[in-house]
Structure formats: C-alpha cells, structure tokens
Design a protein around this ligand. Structure first.
Ligand code: TMP
Length: 206
C-alpha cells in the first residue's frame, strides 16, 4: 500500500478533531493502518516544545522564536513519526501542519508566507501533505465554541483581529492551492462534512 498523508486545518473550534476521528474509521475500513497525530506535538520532544509555545506566561516570545519553535516541533514529528509511517504505507492524518504556520505566523504575525515556507523546508524535507482539509469557520464562531472549554492558551489569547487574519489567511491559501487545499463550510452538520471529506479522499486516493 502507498502511504497517504492528509492534514486538517482551520481555526480553533472548527471541529477538526471530530472529523479526524470519522476519517480514521473510514480509512480503517479501506484496510489502512492509521497514524493520527497533531501539531505542535506528536512526539515527546514536540510535545515539550508545544508546552513552551502555548504557555500563556511567555507573552514576551518574539514572532521569529515562535515560528522556529513550531518548525522545530515539526522537524521532529516528520522525522520520527510521519516519514517512517508513510514509508511503511500507512495513512497519516495530522491535526494542523505547515499551513498553520503559513497563516498564524506568516499572515497573523506578519512574518510573510514565503519566509514561513522557506524556514519550514528544512523541517519537511520532501514530506508534503497530498490533501489538506480546511474547516472554514468565522473567527468569532470559533472563539465562541472554544470559550466554553478549558483555559485559553497563548495563541487563543490573541485578539479577534488576529484570529480574523488567520481565517482570511486560510481562505487566501486555499485559493492559491485549490488542487491540494479543500475548503469545507464548518457550520454544516457533522455527517455532511464527513461525506464531503470522503468524496475528496476517494477522488484522490481510491
Ligand atoms: P491546537 O490548539 O489546535 O492544538 O493548536 C495549537 C495552537 O497553535 C493553535 O492556536 C494554532 C497554533 N499554531 C500555530 O500558530 N502555528 C503552527 O504551525 C501550528 C501547528 C499551530
């Protein structure tokens, strides 16, 4: 079997986790071994870096430090988990990946999308998602959904204008790479979204 690499993107609270679980079941039914992972995280080192990045006490973190920490966590996850899994013909579903850096650091923080992809080229090597699902949800709605949950992390504490830039950034990126990034209206019912994702997966992989 050929490895499959799918990433799930979107603002906080857009329902990525639910859809990842449903997609996992579907890919299992197709006979795939599935690896589900997340960014930043997915390895002991990357989870340790995640704690630093998201710690609300580190309000002094520079934007470049933030970009490089996300890229470091990613380099470890790619080398330790994603690359080996793809080489073994597994299906990897990752909750966020380099497109999160492109929009949060590139557009939200204003570092520039090109700079972000350049820095991340060292972390990725030749590993690239074949399909990226963007769960499109207005920033206000995502924040509302999240605020009902536990305490906010350092990124979630950013103001509404930051989160609006992030959503706009995703939309721009999806417009630039329509063959790879598929936008889905995240306000639709869960099972409808799942069917749309399956359609995209079938088109590309089966
Ligand atoms: P999570 O809450 O979805 O686990 O993601 C952690 C936060 O980190 C989320 O607010 C998005 C942000 N993020 C970036 O800013 N850049 C990145 O490259 C990644 C992977 C996440």
């Amino acid at each position: 079997m050929k490895g499959i690499f799918i990433t799930m993107e979107g603002p906080d609270g857009s329902g990525k986790t639910t859809q990842i679980e449903l997609l996992k079941k579907y890919l299992e039914s197709k006979g795939y071994d599935i690896i589900i992972t997340r960014e930043p995280g997915g390895t002991a080192i990357s989870e340790a870096i995640r704690k630093i990045i998201l710690n609300p006490e580190y309000s002094e973190m520079s934007h470049m430090t933030e970009l490089l920490l996300y890229a470091s966590a990613r380099a470890q996850l790619v080398n330790q988990v994603i690359k080996p899994a793809l080489e073994q013909g597994k299906a990897v579903i990752c909750d966020r990946f380099v497109e999160s850096s492109a929009v949060y650091q590139g557009i939200g923080r204003g570092l520039g999308v090109e700079t972000v992809y350049e820095v991340n080229s060292y972390a990725l090597g030749n590993v690239k998602p074949e399909l990226t699902i963007f769960m499109d949800l207005e920033a206000e709605e995502g924040i509302k959904r999240k605020k009902n949950q536990a305490e906010l992390d350092r990124m979630e504490m950013e103001d509404l204008s930051f989160h609006k830039r992030v959503v706009e950034g995703y939309r721009q990126l999806a417009g630039l790479y329509p063959e790879r990034i598929v936008s889905i209206n995240a306000t639709l019912p869960i099972d409808e979204i799942h069917s749309m994702i399956i359609q995209e997966v079938e088109k590309r992989f089966f």
